[in-house]
Design a protein around this ligand. Sequence first.
Ligand SMILES: *Cc1c(COP(=O)(O)O)cnc(C)c1O
Length: 360
Amino acid sequence: MSNINTSNLHVEKAKTSKLADVNFEDLAFGKTFTDHMFMCDFVNGEWQQPQIKPYQPMQMEPSARVFHYGQAVFEGMKAYKDDHDDVFLFRPEENFKRINKSCARLAMPEFPENYFFEGLTTLLNLDRDWIKPGVGNSLYLRPFAIATDPAIAAAPGESYRFMIICAPAKAYYKGTVKVLIAEEFSRSANGGVGFAKAAGNYAAQFYPTSLAQQKGYQQVIWTDADTHTYLEEAGTMNVFFRINDTLITAPISDRILDGVTRKSLIQLAKDNGIACEVRQIKVSEIVEASKNGSLKEIFGAGTAAVISPIEGFEYQNTYRELPEINDHSYSSVLKQKMLEIQHNLAEDLHNWRHEVEVAK
Ligand SMILES: *Cc1c(COP(=O)(O)O)cnc(C)c1O
């Protein structure tokens, strides 16, 4: 093992790379990881020296608090490569701010900004060859933090671990999806943790989603917990509705996650002369719009798929189909624009791209 010390970060390089064994044509999302991982422990009230190590299993006490109380938060972001081998992140400071918001809500210590960015850029340089050029290819980055205290008292812990692991990715969702509008289950509630990327939010979605899948739907559109009459999110994505030529998406709240894709799409719609309203939207409004033919599109928005068009939805035992999407659909147009910005193929009006400089 060779050791390189930067200002603070300790790097232990992998002896051999697994890259040659990976079939990039046939990648299952999130199952293959690059050669290195980043980690940093919080003990005695302080973040310790950050480290990069070969990707490997780790040991933990069975009593570690994360296993019992789900004190864990995460992020999802991507690195992209253009045809000149330059590597870019998309609005990474948004992910940094958001994981610290999630940490604060889960009573976990915030992670220092310089550690986050030094760790991320060093990791991306070490695993640079894992990022393939071409629109649709990316390296999915998963920062996360967990409570590691070996103590099963139901109280916030004193020791934590912050990590980043990386998985090469192709387009996540394939084709369109059918969704079931939630009439019973909820994803989040007022005063809860819906706005945070808290691990437990996702565990709680698996069961209602599996019920929807048994009925032939891939995802659930979540409605407000009180009345189940307002549309909030689609699976683990924000959701947009197009009625006539206007896009509508719900305002963020403590129930709705402040998605980077969502806010970028709102801006891109504006830049491209597409009307976009941020307001609450009732299920009855889209049912009505579907009946009278003014409902043109519904799509999910998130880092993994950028935009995931929805083919139809079920509500109160009635399935309603949406018009077929084409190259002029807002979902196609906006997705293309986002991908071009992410892959350095279009002008970046809002400074969203962040180039990862090659390490000297
Ligand atoms: C991560 C996530 C999103 C999308 O956020 P992006 O920053 O666009 O990836 C939307 N909703 C939920 C519930 C999420 O967890």
